[in-house]
Design a protein around this ligand. Structure first.
Ligand SMILES: Cc1cc2nc3c(=O)[nH]c(=O)nc-3n(C[C@H](O)[C@H](O)[C@H](O)COP(=O)(O)OP(=O)(O)OC[C@H]3O[C@@H](n4cnc5c(N)ncnc54)[C@H](O)[C@@H]3O)c2cc1C
Length: 478
């Protein structure tokens, strides 16, 4: 029987569970399908830089699949609700009796998948779906009472136990080469109207081969120093693999496996031994945790707070403040450097994501959802579960979130994590001439030092806004 593999956020040929099963069980060949859906991307705020990255990744995927005689077809549907019908039509046209895909867990995407399953069944065909986006299927790691975890540390402990009981991380074997077929792959569009970013594509070479190379280099050379260097935005101390995980050019299994191998001297390489490797695995498990949270509490997908009582917060409304934050013109250098890194590169360092998110939600006291959306619209690694998790953490509305009274001071953060102002100088060049002390708070410099630049004075007083935010959260809790 011929099989159809429906690719979505799993754009790789190696260690792709659905592809592996399709290839292992079909005897009349396999066809790949990707459905371009501009309406879905627009309504979910998918960043143009991410769409461009998806298209470039598809080109690489198409070549990898062609090498094993699998043509990758590209179809289009205007809206997410039209996608299941397009998938079924493709199966009918090419005589595919069975559909294989890896599950996605956002509310709209799950609904779409259930609709596709129903259409296939109704048409006398089969649909098979698999766990692939996370190492463990959401809902399979639960508390003793059978509930979803809402706190990370016990989640990670349980996750390690489950993975260990299952014999460790197992990637799938390379997909079996298929019999040659006449059908040709579709051309992959170079661009899509409405999704143009201006970010230099050479910053982010696409495809699973590049992702594998980056993972190997990181695991062999840099993972050991990860714990020490991960918080310094001026240096490349993290893996920069998030865009590859977001489009699925890399699987979380491949990541954890590489890190565990780098830590193979330990008897329990997932949670003890080399500090760098263990810490990095924890970060990948944070991604896993937020996927589980999204499935356990689907309201977080629908712009709702994880902690319902925080819905009562009266956020301020200021288009001018929001605009200044988005453009990197708040007058707080570390915040502005981060926001400009996002616009220039489509990515922002994790420490600075936390600083900019806390500044928006606590100092400017603007609704975190405005920041969440802006990030999604500009991140190459935009991923609802992690983005929402990170924003709700920073705004103290989420699971295992930062306590409302522990508000980062962006100036102290800047001094601690970018002591020589190297990161600030890179993205806020108008401050490059300031010394290492004043660069973190240029308002203490003499006005002459900033003469000729349009770098603004701070939008708000950091101390007063911090106290006001704490008061607002206190009132909420009675
Ligand atoms: C406000 C905010 C928004 C965020 N939005 C996103 C997003 O849209 N997409 C995204 O992938 N990550 C997001 N993160 C998490 C984190 O910032 C990025 O995953 C990380 O910066 C990616 O860089 P890296 O690949 O070098 O990470 P590394 O430090 O090398 O970590 C390895 C991998 O672990 C995962 N990871 C690391 N930190 C986290 C974390 N805190 N939460 C969840 N997963 C994590 C990522 O998949 C990452 O690629 C956000 C964090 C915050 C605070």
């Amino acid at each position: 029987m011929k099989a159809l593999v429906w690719f979505r956020s799993d754009l790789r040929s190696v260690d792709n569970t659905a592809l592996h099963h399709a290839c292992a069980t079909s005897d009349e060949g396999v066809i790949g399908l990707f459905v371009v859906c501009p309406g879905q991307w627009r309504s979910h705020d998918v960043a143009p830089v991410k769409v461009e990255f998806v298209l470039r990744t598809l080109r690489e995927l198409s070549a990898s699949l062609a090498a094993i005689n699998i043509p990758l077809l590209i179809a289009t549907a205007d809206e997410i609700g039209d996608v299941p019908r397009v998938v079924l039509d493709t199966a009918r046209t090419h005589g595919c009796h069975r559909l294989f895909y890896n599950r996605e867990y956002e509310v709209d995407e799950s609904r779409r998948d259930r609709a596709a399953d129903a259409l296939f069944r109704h048409d006398g065909r089969e649909a098979h779906s698999f766990t692939d986006q996370s190492v463990i299927e959401p809902g399979e790691v639960l508390t003793g009472e059978g509930r979803f975890f809402s706190v990370f540390t016990p989640f990670k402990k349980a996750w390690v136990r489950v993975v260990t009981e299952r014999g460790g991380i197992r990637t799938t074997p390379a997909p079996r080469k298929q019999p040659p077929q006449k059908l040709l792959p579709s051309p992959v569009p170079n661009s899509l109207t409405g999704f143009s970013s201006g970010v230099d594509p050479s910053l982010w070479p696409a495809g699973e081969k590049h992702a594998q190379k980056r993972l190997k280099l990181f695991a062999e050379k840099h993972i050991t120093a990860y714990k020490a260097l991960r918080d310094s935005p001026a240096i490349e101390g993290t893996s920069l693999l998030s865009p590859y995980l977001a489009v699925g050019a890399l699987s979380p299994r491949q990541c954890v496996k590489a890190a565990a191998e780098a830590n193979s001297a330990s008897r329990s390489p997932l949670d003890s031994g080399n500090e760098g490797a263990v810490h990095w695995i924890s970060e990948v498990v944070w991604r896993e945790f937020y996927i589980h949270v999204m499935v356990g509490w689907p309201r977080v997908c629908m712009h709702r707070s994880f902690q319902p009582e925080t819905e009562a917060i009266r956020w301020k409304a200021s288009d001018a403040h929001l605009d200044a934050w988005q453009r990197g013109m708040t007058g707080v250098p570390i915040v502005d450097a981060g926001m400009r890194q996002l616009l220039c590169t489509g990515w922002m360092h994790n420490r600075v994501r936390m600083i900019t998110a806390m500044y928006l939600s606590k100092n400017l006291f603007l609704d975190w959802r405005l920041g969440e959306r802006h990030f999604m619209r500009h991140l190459i690694d935009g991923f609802l579960a992690s983005n929402n998790g990170g924003w709700q953490w920073s705004a103290s509305t989420g699971t295992d979130a930062a306590p409302y009274f522990r508000i980062f001071n962006p100036v102290s953060q800047s001094r601690k994590f970018d002591p020589e102002g190297e990161y600030i100088r890179r993205y806020v060049p108008e401050l490059a001439g300031l010394d290492d002390e004043t660069i973190h708070e240029p308002w203490i410099a003499s006005p002459l030092a900033l003469a000729g630049t349009d770098y603004p004075r701070p939008l708000v007083d950091l101390g007063a806004t911090r106290l006001a935010a704490i008061e607002a959260f206190k009132r909420l809790r009675g």
